[in-house]
Ligand binder design. Structure first.
Ligand code: ATP
Ligand code: MG
Length: 451
C-alpha cells in the first residue's frame, strides 16, 4: 500500500494532461465543415445544441488534415452514453468494457464516446506485466486527449466553429511528419502493447516517421505482445493487412523486430524463401484493391499467407505414405492449429481459408465431369484467383489457370476440345490406372504421362 503510494508520488506513470490546448483556426488547418460527413456533423450539432461538448476526434481529423478520405468517424463528447442515446432515435449503446454509442444516420454509423480519463498503472487494474485491463473512467476533455496514443490522434475538430482543439501539438507533428507518443512511450507500451503495432501501421499508412523516442523501445518490448489476447491481435492484424499499405507495414514490422516469435503468421510470411514471392504478390494485390476501394476477403489473404506452410506439411505427409487428399486436409489443420494460439482467426474466416485450399488439387483434375462440377462451385472464383496467384509466383505453370479461364468461359464444343487437349492429372496414379482399364486402346492425351 505504502509502496504503491510512494511509487505514485515519485514516479507518476500516466502523462499529466496538458494545461491549455491550442485553438487552431480554419486558416491554419484548412478543414471545412463540408469535408466532414453529414452524419458526423449532425451528431456534433445535436449534442452541442443540447448543452454538451462534441467534436470529431481521432483518425478522421488526422486523415482530413493530410488529405486522406477518412474511412469512418468518431465523435467524442461530454455527454454520458445514456444522454447520447436519449438524443438520437436511431442509436444503441454497445460495448461491455466501456460503453459507446452507435448513432445511425442514413447509411453511416457514427461512434460516439464519452470523454474518458486514463488511469495510471498504479490505480488501474493491470495484468502482471502492467497491461491495463480496464479503462473506463469518464474524465475531462483534456484527460480524454491525454489517454489517446499519439499526438496526431488527439485532435478535436468542431464542425460548427471549424476549429481544431490541439492539446499535444498534434498538428505541428503531423506537419513535420512525425508520429509522437503522448507521454512516456515505455509506459504507454506497457499499458497496451498493441500500441507498438499501431505505431508501425499508422507510420506506414500515413507516411510518418515514428519519433525515435517511441521507436527505440519497441524492439526490446516486442515480447509484451505475447500477453495480448489472441482475438485482439487478430483484429489489429486485420487492420494492418487491410490498411492499403500492408507491404509497407510488414516491411516495417520486420525492421522493428516485431514479427519474430510473436506472431507465427508473420514469421511464416517473412522467412519462408519459397513462399515469399507468393506472399508479397498477394499483399501487393490486396493493397491495390483496398486503395481502389474494391472488396477484399480476409479468408483469401490468410489462405495465401499460410499456403506454403500447408504445401510443406502436405509434402511431408505424402512422403510418409499418406494419400494425397487426406494428407492435404491434415496438413491444413496442422497449419491452422499452429496459428490459433497466437492469432485467433475467426471461425468463419477459417472456413473460407479451407474452402480455397481444398479446391486447389481439384484444378489438377481435368477429365470427365470433374471440371464441369468445379466451375459450378460457389467458391470457384476465389479458388481460381488463388490458383492464378500461385502461377504468377512461379509455383505452377501459368498454363493451368489459363486453361481453366478458357474452360469456364467456353461453349460446349470448345470445352470438349479443351478437355481432350488437357494434360494428364498428376495427382492420382491410381485413377490413371483405372482409366486405362476402362479405355485400354487409343488412350487420349489426358491419360498419358506427359504432363
Ligand atoms: P484508423 O485509421 O485505423 O481508424 P484510428 O487512429 O482512427 O486509425 P481507431 O482504432 O479507430 O484508430 O481509434 C480511434 C482513436 O482512439 C485513435 O485515433 C486514438 O485517439 C484512440 N485509440 C485507439 N486505440 C488506442 C490505444 N490502443 N491507445 C490509446 N488510444 C487509442
Ligand atoms: Mg478510426
Amino acid at each position: 500500500m505504502i509502496r504503491k503510494l510512494l511509487r505514485k508520488v515519485f514516479h507518476r506513470a500516466a502523462p499529466s494532461p496538458a494545461a491549455e490546448p491550442a485553438l487552431i483556426p480554419l486558416e491554419r488547418h484548412g478543414i471545412r465543415r463540408e469535408q466532414v460527413s453529414p452524419a458526423a456533423r449532425k451528431t456534433c450539432k445535436v449534442l452541442q445544441e443540447n448543452g454538451h461538448k462534441a467534436y470529431v476526434v481521432g483518425g478522421a481529423v488526422r486523415d482530413l488534415l493530410i488529405g486522406h478520405p477518412p474511412k469512418d468517424y468518431d465523435v467524442a463528447t461530454s455527454a454520458t452514453p445514456e444522454e447520447v442515446r436519449a438524443l438520437f432515435r436511431r442509436s444503441r449503446i454497445i460495448g461491455r468494457r466501456f460503453k459507446i454509442v452507435h448513432v445511425l444516420n442514413g447509411p453511416e454509423t457514427i461512434e460516439v464516446s464519452t470523454f474518458r480519463a486514463s488511469q495510471d498503472a498504479e490505480s488501474a487494474e493491470t495484468d502482471e506485466h502492467g497491461r491495463v485491463l480496464r479503462d473506463n473512467v469518464y474524465g475531462s476533455m483534456a484527460e480524454d486527449a491525454t489517454r489517446r496514443d499519439f499526438t496526431v490522434n488527439a485532435l478535436y475538430y468542431d464542425p460548427e466553429r471549424e476549429t481544431i482543439v490541439d492539446y499535444h501539438h498534434g498538428v505541428a507533428d503531423l506537419q513535420q511528419k512525425t508520429l509522437r507518443m503522448i507521454g512516456d512511450p515505455r509506459t504507454r507500451y506497457r499499458e497496451d502493447p498493441v500500441r507498438m503495432l499501431r505505431a508501425v501501421r499508422l507510420g506506414a499508412k500515413l507516411g510518418l516517421a515514428i519519433d525515435p523516442e517511441a521507436r527505440k523501445p519497441i524492439r526490446e518490448m516486442a515480447v509484451l505482445l505475447e500477453n495480448v489476447p489472441a482475438a485482439r491481435l487478430f483484429d489489429e492484424m486485420l487492420k494492418l493487412l487491410f490498411s492499403g499499405y500492408a507491404v509497407r507495414c510488414l516491411k516495417q514490422l520486420r525492421e522493428e523486430g516485431l514479427h519474430h516469435g510473436l506472431l507465427p503468421l508473420l514469421d511464416v510470411i517473412l522467412e519462408q524463401p519459397l513462399g515469399e514471392r507468393f506472399v508479397w504478390l498477394s499483399l501487393e494485390n490486396t493493397d491495390q484493391r483496398v486503395r481502389a476501394d474494391k472488396s477484399v476477403s480476409p479468408g483469401f489473404l490468410f489462405a495465401t499467407l499460410l499456403w506454403h506452410e500447408v504445401l510443406a506439411a502436405w509434402e511431408n505427409r505424402k512422403a510418409a505414405g499418406e494419400h494425397a487428399q487426406p494428407a492435404l486436409f491434415s496438413a491444413m489443420d496442422e497449419v491452422l492449429d499452429a496459428q490459433a494460439g497466437k492469432l485467433a482467426i475467426t471461425r468463419r474466416i477459417v472456413g473460407d481459408i479451407k474452402d480455397i485450399w481444398a479446391l486447389q488439387p481439384r484444378f489438377e483434375r481435368r477429365t470427365g465431369k470433374m471440371p464441369y462440377r468445379l466451375i459450378e462451385q460457389p467458391r470457384y472464383r476465389a479458388g481460381w484467383d488463388f490458383l492464378r496467384l500461385r502461377a504468377q509466383s512461379g509455383e505452377i505453370p501459368m498454363e493451368l489457370p489459363d486453361w481453366w479461364d478458357r474452360f469456364a468461359h467456353a461453349g460446349h464444343d470448345e470445352r470438349d476440345a479443351l478437355l481432350r487437349a488437357a494434360p494428364a492429372s498428376d495427382d492420382a496414379p491410381a485413377k490413371k490406372r483405372r482409366r486405362r482399364r476402362r479405355k485400354p486402346a487409343g488412350a487420349s492425351a489426358e491419360t498419358s504421362d506427359a504432363s
